[in-house]
Design a protein around this ligand. Structure first.
Ligand SMILES: Nc1ncnc2c1ncn2[C@@H]1O[C@H](COP(=O)(O)OP(=O)(O)OP(=O)(O)O)[C@@H](O)[C@H]1O
Ligand SMILES: [Mg+2]
Length: 457
């Protein structure tokens, strides 16, 4: 039995994409929604942050679904950072799906299909079910070995003995080897609090028991109290999944009627198998669960960066998808001014977005930074990258940033750090910045080089 939390998508690109924003911890607003000039890793850009804060409130109040927002502003003015901060403010249970416009185009999957899939990834469903479970702190975990019934020299596991302790008592269970596998997958050890669903046998690790908390432990471990009540009991289980998870689970049904066991069968997603018809079916079931009060819909955020990469066909589809009864909030970002809409010959439009979609957007503008703001951002970033930097070097870098772009300045920081360490120093100086600037061209200088040396490429 595969557990829902095992299902990780192949979207590892999403985590690497956020690496440049590790210093951002949220929007940095006070309780009245005002942006503090420097807060949560953010510097300046207060109006845009406040606007984003309003959107977070609307999303939490569930008043935003089907709406779309555009973050518009020059390169490196913090659009992607704001979008990530929105997701941080929403908390981990609200789906946040960041994609880049060009990601929708691939040879394998139709672009509208790819968009739909991401739409459904961004819509969460919280399911509450009362289940019969065995829950407690693991006091014993012993696999019982037996001779391999098929002969040969190896031994197999015939049973596993699990001792569980709760506030009211203890129980020793003799379980099937298949359950032992899921125990191993959850990396359960003695002293953990787990529960085992009695009819599906799936195992979930809740955390480490309080009794094992020591002063040496870091925060990586979640400590939970000894479960109340009996070991064998009925328990309300809350699971957060997305509509896309359900689509995938149902594209390969393997028996089991209740939602949770349906989800237990999730396999590695294969994109081509989900049909429109299947989605309609899933929607019906979801609607039924919502009506019965078992499930609750949690519209999340679909963030489409570099929206000018989308073409007219996708835009038309997007417009329609936003009208659907179940839709996430769509946040777009663009650093383009007036450009031709992709897929058309001559329709020129702001951000390359057709007029009918533009019309529905709430637009948040991001403005260029002052030298002082750039300085503070670079300083924050240097702390994250654990680089000491002299005041003069910082000023030079900030100056550089205001002349070219903030991103260029931030990018110079890392090689400057490497250069300085190579020379056995541990503080980045003006020379390091200058050397790194000579080694790595910014866009303007690189263009100038190309123009001078026509014909060398
Ligand atoms: N106000 C800010 N405070 C702190 N860091 C910032 C701020 N604005 C941007 N940054 C940082 O500067 C870098 C560039 O910003 P970001 O990637 O968000 O720009 P962008 O507007 O999305 O640019 P592009 O249009 O090129 O995609 C990131 O590392 C980001 O975390
Ligand atoms: Mg960006």
């Amino acid at each position: 039995m595969v557990q829902i939390n095992e299902v990780k998508d192949s979207n590892s690109a999403q985590s690497t994409r956020t690496a440049a924003h590790t210093h951002i911890k949220g929007l940095g607003l006070d309780e009245h929604g005002h942006a503090n000039p420097i807060d949560s890793g953010f510097v300046g850009q207060t109006e845009a942050r406040e606007g984003a804060g309003v959107i977070v409130d609307l999303i939490k109040a569930k008043k935003m679904s089907g709406k779309a927002i555009l973050l518009a502003g020059g390169p490196a003015t913090g659009k992607t950072a704001i979008a990530l901060a929105i997701s941080q403010e929403l908390g981990p249970k609200v789906p946040f799906v960041p994609i880049v416009g060009s990601e929708l185009y691939s040879v394998e999957v139709k672009k509208t299909e790819a968009l739909m899939e991401n739409f459904r990834r961004s819509i969460g469903l919280r399911i509450k079910e009362t289940k019969e479970v065995y829950e407690g702190e693991v006091t014993e975990l012993t696999p019982e070995e037996a001779e391999n019934p098929l002969g040969g020299y190896g031994k197999t596991i015939s049973h596993v003995i699990v001792g569980l302790k709760s506030a009211k008592g203890t129980k020793t269970l003799r379980l099937d080897p298949s359950i032992y596998e899921s125990i191993q997958k959850e990396k359960v050890t003695v002293g953990d609090v787990i529960y085992i669903e009695s009819n599906t046998g799936s195992v979930k690790r809740v955390g480490r028991s309080d009794a094992y908390a020591t002063e040496f432990d870091l925060e990586a471990e979640e400590y939970v109290p000894l479960p109340k009540g009996d070991v064998h009991k009925k328990k309300e289980i809350v699971q957060d999944i997305t509509l896309h998870d359900l689509d995938v689970a149902n594209a390969k049904p393997q028996g089991g009627q209740d939602v949770l066991s349906m989800m237990g069968q999730l396999m590695k997603p294969r994109k081509t198998e989900i049909t429109e018809k299947l989605r309609t079916e899933v929607n019906k079931v979801v609607q039924k669960y919502i009506d019965q009060g078992i499930a609750e819909l949690i519209p999340g955020v679909l963030f489409i960066d570099e929206v000018n990469m989308l073409d007219i066909e996708i835009f038309t589809y997007l417009n329609r998808a936003l009208e659907a009864s179940i839709a996430p909030i769509v946040v777009l970002a663009s650093n383009r001014g007036l450009t031709t809409v992709r897929g058309t010959e001559d329709i020129v439009s702001p951000h390359g977005i057709p007029a009918d979609l533009l019309d529905r957007l709430l637009i948040i503008r991001t403005l260029p930074y002052s030298v002082d703001e750039i300085k503070v951002i670079i300083e924050k970033r240097s702390r994250v990258e654990k680089l000491a930097i002299t005041a003069e070097a910082l000023s030079l870098l900030a100056q550089q940033g205001s002349e070219t772009s903030l991103r260029y300045a931030l990018q110079l920081l890392t090689p400057a750090g490497v250069l300085c360490r190579a020379l056995g120093r541990n503080e980045v100086t003006v020379e390091d910045i200058e050397e790194s600037r000579d080694l790595f061209l910014d866009a303007k200088r690189s263009t100038a080089v190309l123009e001078q040396a026509k014909g060398y490429l």
